[in-house]
Design a protein around this ligand. Structure first.
Ligand SMILES: C[S@@+](CC[C@H](N)C(=O)[O-])C[C@H]1O[C@@H](n2cnc3c(N)ncnc32)[C@H](O)[C@@H]1O
Length: 278
């Protein structure tokens, strides 16, 4: 075994034998990570010989994969809406569904030069806030989280993506006193306690996942306070659990709104809740 292609084939077989899905992708991501190139450029290195240091580094990361660590934590980043987002076990790994939430938000804004206020409540790695500021550079983007560890990652990400996002620490709307949003992006923890317990050995932080006994606690709290923190005609974009559509409509039914809509994800499941305030 001399070339990267040999190495990729060899370890893909090992992961396949251990029942990993998409084993070659995992190995390629790790090799690309060690070579500091993108996976799409990796083919240029297939015929090159690897050195001993590279092999040691690749094997270290593959050992973590075999111990069931998550690929994104092992390589330390994800690509999210053309932004490079660093992740570690203190933050949720941004999901493709959340990219879709971003896309729904972006498509709903007709003008890239808006100078409106955008809040990312429960920001985690700040993937939504950073992508929003990239897309709408004149907007005032604020992001908040209750976890200091998450905020540390979020601030690092903003700096490395060269965007100016104002960060606050605190629970839900508490840190936004005196500010009002024109747009709110929010992917709060929304698993029920039972759903969380069913994830065997969850690797992501419980604080990012559990939304109270039924998974609805954050939406309930937000619904109570929302009107104090929005400008007229504000638009709110939530990610929700796939079985929560009906309950969430009910929770927000007391708020005067012009439009509300449940939007489905790639798999055809209820996944987003959109609200336009009067
Ligand atoms: C589902 S994660 C979403 C992270 C990120 N927005 C994303 O989409 O990848 C939820 C985040 O909410 C934060 N959180 C939990 N309780 C909170 C609270 N009471 N107030 C603000 N943030 C909270 C967690 O620390 C976590 O970072």
């Amino acid at each position: 075994m001399n070339t990267f292609e040999d190495l990729i084939l060899y370890y893909s077989k090992i992961l396949k034998r251990e029942n990993f899905s998409r084993p070659r992708k995992i190995v390629e991501e790790i090799v690309a990570n060690i070579l500091n190139i993108s996976r799409s450029d990796l083919f240029l290195s297939f015929e090159k010989n690897f050195c001993k240091t590279e092999l040691i580094e690749i094997e270290k990361k593959l050992d973590r994969i075999l111990e069931k660590d998550l690929l994104e934590y092992v390589i330390g980043y994800v690509e999210f809406y053309n932004c490079h987002i660093t992740v570690n076990p203190k933050v949720l790994i941004p999901r493709q569904e959340t990219e879709l939430l971003m896309d729904i938000f972006v498509k709903s804004v007709k003008d890239n030069n808006i100078s409106k206020n955008i809040f990312d409540v429960c920001c985690g790695s700040a993937c939504l806030a950073i992508a929003a500021k990239r897309k709408f550079p004149l907007a005032n983007v604020f992001a908040s989280d209750i976890s200091s560890d998450a905020l540390q990652v979020a601030k690092y990400n903003a700096k490395h993506n060269k965007v100016d996002v104002k960060f606050f620490k605190g629970s839900l709307f508490k840190p936004y006193k005196g500010l009002k949003a024109d747009y709110i992006l929010c992917n709060p923890p929304y698993l029920s306690k039972k759903e969380f317990d069913e994830i065997n050995n969850a690797k992501e932080p419980a604080i990012a996942l559990i939304g109270g006994e039924l998974g609805l606690e954050f939406y309930e709290k937000i619904a109570k306070e929302l009107l104090n923190y929005v400008n007229p005609k504000a638009k709110v974009f939530f990610e929700i659990g796939h079985l929560q559509g009906k309950a969430i409509r009910e929770i927000f039914s007391k708020i005067p709104f012009q439009k509300s809509k449940i939007i489905k994800d790639f798999a055809g499941h209820d996944r987003f809740f959109f609200l336009e305030i009067e």
